[in-house]
Design a protein around this ligand. Structure first.
Ligand code: LLP
Length: 436
């Protein structure tokens, strides 16, 4: 469903040749496809059109102001997890009234800011947090809209580091304790129950865990509607995307992967959960991040050197783990393709970055076309949790970002200037004057 592909052997984003952007802006370079993002948003909206649905884009997946403004333009809301993210939404002309605020550690300052901006709802992750929200709201003479994030204790069957809905995880309120906290909240003067929420994990590639969790929480939502007149049930984000399409079309024999990758479609997802949700008559919130933005972005990098050793073919590129952290952190797979399509033999290749860590590795012995110094490669499906997780490690500047629509483009974030990386630092006064 994404809009990246080869035309006359050149890789395009929509109707724009990626080589053109690389020549203009250099590398490493993130490129996003606007029509892919809006297409994903619309397909999800369509699949759930039987319900009164609101889509709250998870800002943590891609927080560039242009992406947030695009979501605003297509009438989306937002899932935020910090004051910073809420400020970004506001800077992108987003409506705080369409924002839900998640996160286990909301500070009093963050709560105050969000209340001042009249967000749609706080998704509360503990009783202590509920009491804190009540206290801050009392000080501001306001009534805060709240929902409990339920931890349904369902295995999401995804990577352990992105599983959130079991009792081993820090998130939410245990399913069995949820009613207690609603009763408690009812007695507080400065909060009112607006909904109930859950989010069981990210990159789910089967609908089963979703269905299991919705089926478990729906009767609770029904009870809460009767007792406390809640108006929404948020079923969170988590829809997985395909990172390795080649798995579907077959790989050379020597390339062994654990399992063929398949994922959920919006239709399959809706088919599994809508029957449990419809009878509730509640507004349903979805909080997708990766599904909207993941396959809508690529990271382009230049090959600096090719180093052949007795054991390995290292392709050394100018993007590092600081630019795209997922492979280093989760051993995630990102498809790697050259900007100019190649024919000929595939070579087992380790694509590695410039950072001084062995974890700075994007592929191990992966069959790739042979590339040489000065050529460009694209890391596919880097539109979600790519730039938002980037860092200045090794004092490497943040890459540039470009948004493409049809055959035009805009530089939505210039490459960071080196001096910007230390501009807010100071040398301690006693270090300044060294006695010789
Ligand atoms: N709602 C809540 C409360 C969340 O915590 C998350 C993601 C989402 C929605 C959006 O989930 P999505 O639809 O994108 O799966 N850095 C990891 C992913 C961490 C996800 C954290 N929470 C990665 O790169 O795979």
């Amino acid at each position: 469903m994404h809009k990246f592909g080869y035309k006359n052997k050149k890789l395009y984003c929509e109707d724009l040749k990626l080589e053109t952007l690389v020549k203009k802006y250099g590398t490493p370079l993130y490129v996003y496809s606007e029509n892919t993002i809006s297409g994903h948003y619309e397909s999800l909206k369509r699949a759930f059109s039987d319900l009164d649905t609101s889509i709250c884009f998870a800002v943590k997946a891609n927080a560039n102001l242009s992406i947030l403004k695009l979501i605003t333009n297509i009438r989306g809301g937002f899932d935020v997890v910090s004051q910073g993210e809420l400020r970004r939404v506001i800077a992108a002309y987003g409506d705080p009234g369409k924002c839900v605020f998640a996160g286990v550690a909301k500070s009093a300052e963050e709560i105050e800011f969000a209340l001042e901006k009249d967000i749609y709802c706080f998704n509360v992750e503990s009783e202590a947090e509920l009491l804190r929200i009540d206290k801050v709201a009392a000080k501001m003479k306001k009534k805060a809209p709240v929902a409990v994030r339920v931890n349904p204790d369902v295995e999401a069957k995804t990577h352990a580091k992105v599983t959130t809905g079991t009792y081993k995880n820090k998130f939410g309120v245990a399913f069995d304790d949820v009613m207690k906290i609603y009763t408690r909240g009812q007695k507080l003067k400065n909060v009112y129950w607006r909904g109930v929420q859950m989010h069981i994990g990210s990159q789910l590639t089967s609908v089963k865990p979703f269905e299991q969790a919705v089926r478990k929480v729906a009767p609770l939502a029904q009870k809460l509607k009767q007792k406390y007149k809640i108006e929404f049930f948020s079923i969170g984000g988590g829809m997985g995307i395909v990172y390795d399409p080649a798995l579907e079309s077959g790989k050379p024999e020597w390339w062994k992967t654990p399992a063929a990758e398949k994922t959920i479609t919006p239709e399959k997802y809706a088919e599994a959960v809508v029957p449990h949700l419809k009878p509730l008559g509640l507004k349903i919130l979805l909080e997708p991040g990766r599904f909207i933005a993941g396959n809508a972005g690529v990271l382009i990098s230049r090959v600096e050197y090719v180093k052949r050793t007795a054991k390995k073919n290292f392709v050394i590129v100018d993007a590092g783990m600081n630019d795209l952290m997922r492979p280093a952190l989760y051993d995630s797979y990102h498809e790697i393709v050259p900007l100019t399509k190649k024919s000929g033999k595939l070579l087992p290749s380790d694509v590695v970055g410039p950072v001084c860590e062995s974890a700075d590795t994007f592929s191990v012995d992966r069959p790739l076309p042979s590339v040489s110094e000065g050529e460009y490669v694209a890391f596919m499906s880097a539109g979600a949790y790519g730039m938002t997780m980037a860092s200045n490690y090794n004092t490497r500047p943040y890459p540039a970002e470009v948004l493409v629509k049809d055959d035009f483009h805009h530089l939505i974030r210039p490459r960071q200037m080196p001096a910007r990386m230390w501009e807010s630092e100071n040398v301690a006064r006693w270090l300044k004057y060294v006695r010789k």
